[in-house]
Each structure stands twice: as C-alpha cells, then as structure tokens.
Design a protein around this ligand. Structure first.
Ligand SMILES: [Zn+2]
Length: 519
C-alpha cells in the first residue's frame, strides 16, 4: 500500500520536523502520464500475486545498483566452475578453496567436483552462500555465516575479477539495470605490510604518516590503473563490445569504488585509505572510497571515530573524491547501546555523500537532526533489504526504509552481495513492495534516485535542490518525450544525465507496454 499521510505519519512528521507537503512530495513524483497511472494500477493489482509481480518488476527499469560488492556478487556455482578450470582444491572440513596441488587426505579437488561428488559440491555451494541457511541451526549465526563465506571463496574470486564483472553486467542487462557501482580493490595495489613497516604512526599525526608513504603510493596507483586497463580490455573482448555482436551487457555503465577494511590495525587502515583516495583522484573509473567489513567487529567498534577522523583528513585533501560509507549496519543487542548512538552522524560529519545501510538510525542520538541533514544536503541511504534480513535479522516493519522515506531522505535499493545472498535487484524491489508497502510511483522514484545519487560524473537531469524537477535545458524534451538540440547538448556533456535520459526512455517504453498489454 502507498504511504499516505495518516494521523500517525503526521505525528512522525512533526517529530522529524517534516511537513505534510514534504510527505506528499514523496508520494507524487513528477512526469506522471496516463500510462504511468495505468501502470501503477496494474502493479497494485499484482501485489498479492508474487509470480506476476516478479515478472512485472523484472521488466521494470531499475536505474543503478549503487551498493554492490564485486566479490560477493557472484553465485557459488560460477566460482566452483572457475575453481574446476583452475584445478583448485576445496578443504573437506571447512569448504575453503585454495590453489592446487590438493592434499589427498584433507582436500577435494575442484576438478570435476559437481559430477564426481555432488553431495560435497552442494554442501560447498551452501558453505559459500546463504543458500539453505537456517538461523540457529548449528554454530553459526546468519551474521557469521554471511561474513565467513568470503574467506571460503576468496582464493577463487581473487583470480577472476574480469569473469565476475562480465557476469554482473550480463545479469544487470537481463533485469534492466543501467548502471553498477561496484566495490573492488585491484590486487596490483599490493600488500600493505611494506608500506607501513617504517611509517611513523601516531594517532592524529596524519600528515607525517602520509608524507612517509607518498612515493610507494604513486607506484602502486600506476600498477593498479594498468590492472584496470587490462581487466577492461579482457572484459570488452569477452562481451564483444565494439563489435557487431556486442552483448547487451556492453550497454551497462559501471564504475568502481575502492574499499578500506575497518577490521585492520589503524596504520593499515590509514595506508589503505591513502591508496584509495590517490587511486580515485587519478583514475576516473574509480569514483569513490568506502569502508567495509563487519561494523560490530571489536577493532571496527574501537576505532570507529578514528576511522572517521582519517576520512575527514583525506576528504579535505581530495574534496572531489566521493565517499559512500557503510554506517549503522548494527542492531540493538549486537553491540552495546553506546555503539548505536553515533555511527551515521559521524560518517556524515566525516564527509559521507551516501550512507550504506543506516539500519540503526532510530537508536542514534538526535536522529531527527541526522535525518534532516540527509534530506537537506542531500545524502542518499543505500537500502539492502535482504542483506539486513540475513545478517541482522531486520525485516518488514522493523526495517527503517519508511522512516527514511517519511523524513524525506533520498532512498535507493541495492543488492549488497547478491551472490552470497542468492538474490538479484528485482528481488529487492519485490521486497520493497511486499514487505515495505511501496507502490509503483515510489519504486519509480527510487529507480530515478539510483542515478541521481550515482557517482557518475556530470550534472543531473534533475535539479539539484528539487530532484523532482528537470533542469531547464531538458524540461521541454522530457515533457515531450522527444530529444531537442538544447537537451542533446546538455546530456552530451554529462555521463550522468545521459544515463538518466535513457532511464526516462526506458520508463516511457515500459509503461506503454504495460498499458497496452504487450509486456
Ligand atoms: Zn555492503
């Protein structure tokens, strides 16, 4: 059901400092045509018919997936196929993959595994994902199972970045996703140990530490850029891009985010950040820096404020490098109450342009001010419904998605780790409809948001302070659904606006097909 300003919502509006007119604006995105209204009515009829709803949502134009870890994006069956080709080995006890040669006593060779030992193969798929995982069944929690999968397949995924990216783009094209912003670190950046060995380290004395490692950073960034060139050459060949047989995946735009591991010792986190910011500043394909790994980890908790101080330091040096920060991926009980009180606000203070997860917002001090800041700046929140369910046990009415929406904070839907979670982006839109009550117009705005708040370069097709209004250069063209010279000039100079224009055309065609019954 659509969210209407009921008495309770009005009260919430007062508490959060949001007027009812702001609430109405959330419900009524612009550009409605008769086809939009008919499409909305069609979707409303499908809410209680899951297969039909999925068919509808699979075809829905979805803009971008902005919170996406490349390592966690691929289903285990693909990883095991590559392990087979690599003649890698799977440890019999913990299903951890490692390079050959295999130990006859402790390993199963990955070569021919699916046909030779189908039961073990299936157990390995389960161990490398959330498939068939039952919380409370056995020793692991959903949280531990989720994060443990990465160590089990790391030896395979590390060798197959191009293969993973090809699959991700093919999947995106199949479910009408125009853009992927994926987190991945080039192996060419090397290990951190040699960088930090003699680095003078004193909390807060960041200038001195950075000066010491500057030369090492320059060499590593050059190697990482070369690695990206090689990956992308191989990818284009694989997909046949720039040939007459180009796959639809070639039309999916993509950019990279560099990630820092929040569980490392502080001097290594600092060195990793230094590499990430330098790489993003030097290479337009790397559009942002992020911070990942369990936020409830003891080191991550103890060092949270220090990590934010480091981000603030680098943000001042590199103001053009965007920041999307995982923050508030926590729940009461997972950590002591004090840890729930400040993570999102501190990430914003450090310069975050987007927030990943933001699940614990209701437990933060002065959440209303934080929400108002996110609305006004604006800072989008990347919502990962299935990930939050399987890792944190937060789903349905417990999830703050609608708290953010009612506060006027821009929301996007994303997958986080679709391979580990065994989902796709369509599935997350389904959950938004069936569990969060979003209607068609709300989904359409979320899809638009995923390009508005993407870190693609260039100005947006929508006005920065009024994201439901087109920029003057393209207002007429959008209204008429026909490109004109002025709008063409505008989108030619902007990767972002070009994707947005394509998304609007996708919506136009989609709504027309639904309305005329030709979907
Ligand atoms: Zn994530």
């Amino acid at each position: 059901m659509p969210i209407k300003p009921s008495g309770r919502a009005a009260l919430a509006g007062l508490l959060l400092g949001v007027s009812l007119s702001a609430q109405a604006a959330i419900d009524d995105p612009p550009g409605d045509t008769d086809d939009t209204a008919a499409t909305a009515a069609t979707m409303a009829d499908l809410v209680d018919q899951p297969p039909q709803l999925r068919q509808f949502l699979r075809a829905l134009p979805k803009g971008g997936d902005l919170h996406h870890h490349l390592d966690g994006a691929v289903y285990a069956e693909h990883l095991l196929r590559w392990a087979d080709a690599d003649q890698a080995c799977i440890d019999k006890a913990d299903h951890r993959a490692h390079p050959g040669p295999c130990d006859a006593d402790t390993d199963e060779p990955a070569r021919g595994l699916a046909s030779r030992a189908p039961a073990f193969y299936n157990e390995t798929v389960d161990a490398m994902s959330m498939r068939d995982f039952v919380p409370g069944d056995g020793a692991d929690s959903g949280h531990d199972q989720f994060f443990d999968t990465f160590g089990r397949f790391a030896a395979i995924s590390a060798r197959h970045r191009t293969d993973m990216l090809a699959l991700v783009l093919q999947q995106a094209a199949a479910e009408h996703v125009r853009y992927i912003e994926t987190m991945t670190d080039p192996a060419a950046l090397g290990t951190l140990a040699p960088l930090v060995t003699d680095m003078p380290w004193q909390t807060g004395a960041y200038d001195k530490a950075l000066a010491h490692i500057q030369d090492g950073i320059g060499q590593r960034v050059a190697a990482a850029r070369q690695a990206f060139d090689d990956d992308i050459d191989r990818l284009d060949q694989r997909l046949g891009c720039d040939t007459p047989d180009a796959q639809p995946a070639c039309d999916v735009a993509y950019r990279f985010q560099f990630y820092v591991l929040r569980t490392l010792p502080p001097e290594k986190v600092f060195a990793q950040m230094a590499l990430g910011f330098a790489l993003a500043a030097a290479d337009p394909r790397v559009v942002a820096v992020n911070i990942v790994a369990p936020e409830d980890n003891p080191t991550a908790r103890a060092d949270y404020r220090q990590h934010m101080a480091m981000f603030a330091f680098f943000h001042r040096r590199y103001p053009d490098v965007a920041l999307s920060l995982h923050a508030g991926e926590l729940t009461p009980g997972l950590v002591p109450p004090a840890d729930l009180r400040f993570h999102i606000a501190a990430a914003l203070a450090a310069g975050a342009d987007r927030i990943g997860h933001g699940v614990d917002i209701a437990s933060e001090d002065d959440a209303a001010a934080t929400l108002a800041r996110m609305r006004n700046q604006p800072v989008a929140v990347e919502i990962n419904l299935t990930s939050n369910d399987v890792i944190l046990g937060v789903a349905g009415a417990e999830h703050p998605l609608n708290l953010y929406r009612r506060a006027g904070v821009p929301v996007v839907l994303s997958t986080d780790d679709p391979g580990v979670s065994r989902i796709d982006l369509t599935h997350e839109y389904e959950r938004a409809v069936r569990e969060q009550g979003l209607d068609y117009r709300a989904l359409k705005q979320l899809s638009r948001n995923s390009l508005i708040y993407a870190f693609l370069p260039g100005p947006s097709l929508w006005q920065p302070k009024a994201p439901r209004r087109a920029v003057p250069a393209c207002a007429q063209a959008l209204e008429a659904q026909r490109m004109d010279a002025r709008c063409r000039r505008f989108i030619k100079a902007s990767d972002k606006a070009r994707s947005q224009w394509q998304l609007e055309q996708d919506f136009h065609r989609f709504e027309h097909r639904v309305t005329t019954g030709r979907s």
